[in-house]
Design a protein around this ligand. Sequence first.
Ligand SMILES: [Fe+2]
Ligand SMILES: [Fe+2]
Length: 214
Amino acid sequence: MKPEFQTSKEFTKEQNLEAVRMLGLKLATDPRWVNIAEKSIHEILVDHAFCEQKAATQCISLIVRFSDYPKIVERVAPIVSEEWGHFRKVLKELKKRGLELGKSRKDEYVLELIKFVKKGGPKEDHLLEQLLICGLIEARSCERFRLLSLYCQDEELKEFYYEFMVSEAGHYTLFLELARTYFPEEKVKQRWQEWLEYEASVMETWTLRGDRVH
Ligand SMILES: [Fe+2]
Ligand SMILES: [Fe+2]
């Protein structure tokens, strides 16, 4: 099982956009979602900011929970700073538009995914679940950012989301690589497929919302 794609500085923008088209996801978002999202860009930006905050928080808790796994500590620590940097970047974008962060909201998509996490068993199995759920959230975020970067009317926002797309694609790769570092390839592949199928079944019943990243 090889990484499904690679973004590289040598790649053109078009190649990167193509490389992250689906990331193995089993259900593509209807591109018309961008039209709805654009109408409530304030809500999208606020939701996005909290997604970045949660990503940073999740990385910190991974490090604390699995502090006896050196590669987790070493590779995830810089991601905390990156996600927090993303949070600040979205805050800046809100400020530029005269908008405020406001209250935190429930992330229904993530809550739905959490239901699929295997409970019990050895601690290392929990690590696999956490790495895969993180990879999956990165993949779906990336897929949505790609759509915004392609179809948004606002040229500045296009660029803004393109950069997020590339960065989250890197995180997606990292989480899957870490899973393959600690677990047999076949085990990762099988569980990853189960996660992808579950996520697609969630997305299938989901109403497209213009006020949420997911
Ligand atoms: Fe991020
Ligand atoms: Fe990320």
